[in-house]
Design a protein around this ligand. Structure first.
Ligand code: NAP
Length: 439
């Protein structure tokens, strides 16, 4: 029998478990650990609440979770409740699928002002992540500035722009819906430090901004490069730029009919956040020129008023004691997923925060191939490790309060029962409430 521990129950974790089941069949036992009492990582706390079809992939993970040789071990923090070293001594392979839950720091003066948030915190807040449930952003201002031109920036802008009716069918948590209902933004400004040809937004997600009830996208025709230059772009980006061109073609009077403007500001690098009485009031922006794909500052500066600033500029993994870490990249030091003998990483913990949910599937299958190769080469010992029995003994001796998949199904049932009309669930937003709901 072989034993595999997967740390993290998000997409990378579950695809790895699925791949390990296929590769090793009945000869493997897989434990999937999570620091929260609930599974699915970013599917639950990252994917936007109005993108329920993407969240539907959890049904596939549930099929994996419900098989006999896979176990969910929730409410256990690796690095605190049990060390990676201990897990390595118990399991033939330990796979870190811990994602990249920390914001890449904005690192400009004023980043610590009140009502400035990173996207991990803000997205966690509207998705009910217990760590961010008490964030309490002030949404009563006129102008929100969203830094970055990736899909997370799009999610944040769209959530800020939607009406209550547009959240029907979503699982946005009650505290966020209440705050958004009372919000009155007139401008949501997306800041890109490079140009339209360098956006990181995918066409489908970008296109959604064109169908909002009270908000319209504002793209200045003059900001776009000549159309002939789009030919050099890779097809996905070319489609996104085509969407920007459609937005630019919306006549002024038509887009003016909607009271909220989602403005695209290109070649606009934020260099300082301004504040009054400790609270953010504006962003100093330096104009850039894109030279060989890089943003080069021009020295021309201006100020944009801002009541709320959300920086959506990427994420970092959180280091775990004893595991080599690449500080600059913000991920575990690895060679195609191999960290140390018997220790691997996968998904964002391996490659950084890129790609879609689906990108984690080949990643998970790829790491299991490496594990199989290393096993065949005798690099992971010759079996005989204790696996879950050894872990259970440690958990008992430390009085860890483990949440099982069966417990999770009870928590899920309670969340479904508590759902407002039309919503799939009302999430518990604190760990104690989740744990209470399993009984
Ligand atoms: P991203 O795609 O890497 O975009 C980050 C953005 O932040 C870029 O526009 C980047 O500009 C900008 N940026 C970085 N550092 C900056 C700085 N110091 N100052 C100003 N701007 C800065 O990251 P993301 O939006 O966080 O998304 C992460 C991953 O999740 C992506 O692969 C994304 O596609 C995926 N995702 C997908 C969906 C979906 O499919 N629906 C939804 C959400 C997220 P530069 O390009 O100039 O560096």
């Amino acid at each position: 029998m072989r034993h595999i521990a997967i740390i993290g129950s998000g997409p990378a974790g579950y695809y790895t478990a699925e791949a390990a089941q296929k590769a090793f069949g009945e000869d493997v036992r897989i434990d999937i650990f999570d620091c929260l009492p609930v599974p699915y990582g970013l599917i639950r706390t990252g994917v936007a609440p109005d993108h329920q079809s993407i969240k539907g992939v959890a049904r596939r993970y549930e099929q994996v979770a419900l098989t006999d040789n896979v176990r969910f071990v929730g409410n256990v923090t690796v690095g605190r409740d049990i060390s990676v070293e201990e897990l390595r001594s118990l399991y033939d392979a330990v796979v870190l699928a811990t994602g990249a839950p920390k914001d890449r720091p904005l690192d400009i003066p004023g980043s610590d002002l009140v009502n400035v948030f990173g996207s991990a915190a803000f997205v966690g807040w509207y998705n009910g992540h217990p760590q961010f449930a008490s964030l309490d952003p002030d949404l009563s201002g006129r102008t929100a500035v969203v830094i970055g031109m990736g899909n997370v920036a799009l999610d944040v802008a769209r959530i800020l722009a939607k009406t209550e009716a547009e959240f029907v069918g979503s699982d946005i948590v009650a505290h966020a819906l209440d705050a958004l209902r009372a919000s009155c933004f007139e401008r949501i400004v997306l800041l890109g430090r490079r140009g339209p040809h360098q956006i990181m937004m995918t066409p489908k997600e970008l296109g959604e901004l064109g169908h909002l009830e009270r908000a319209a996208p504002h793209v200045q025709r003059g900001d776009l490069p000549p159309e002939a230059e789009d030919a050099i772009l890779e097809p996905g980006l070319r489609k996104s730029v085509a969407v920007l061109r459609q937005f630019a073609a919306i006549p002024e009077d038509i887009r003016g009919e909607k009271p909220v403007a989602i403005e695209f500001a290109f070649c606009a690098q934020p260099v300082e956040l301004l504040g009054k009485d400790g609270r953010v009031t504006g962003v100093v922006i330096e104009e850039t020129e894109v030279v060989k794909g890089k943003a080069v500052p021009t020295g021309r500066r201006g100020t944009l008023a801002a009541d709320l600033v959300i920086s959506c500029i990427g994420y970092r993994s959180v280091p775990i004691p004893g595991v080599p870490f690449e500080e600059r990249e913000g991920r575990f030091a690895n060679d195609e997923g191999r960290i140390l003998p018997g220790l691997y990483c996968v998904g964002w913990a391996r490659r950084g925060p890129s790609g879609t949910i689906g990108t984690n599937r080949p990643d998970g299958y790829g790491i299991v191939e490496k594990i199989a190769e290393d096993m065949a080469a005798g690099q992971l010992g010759h079996g005989g490790k204790q696996g879950r029995e050894g872990f259970d003994a440690i958990a008992k001796s430390r009085a860890l309060d483990i949440v099982t998949f069966r417990d999770w199904k009870k928590i899920e049932e309670a969340e479904q029962k508590a759902a407002r009309e039309g919503a799939p669930r009302e999430k518990f937003v604190d760990v104690e409430a989740m744990i209470r709901a399993r009984t």
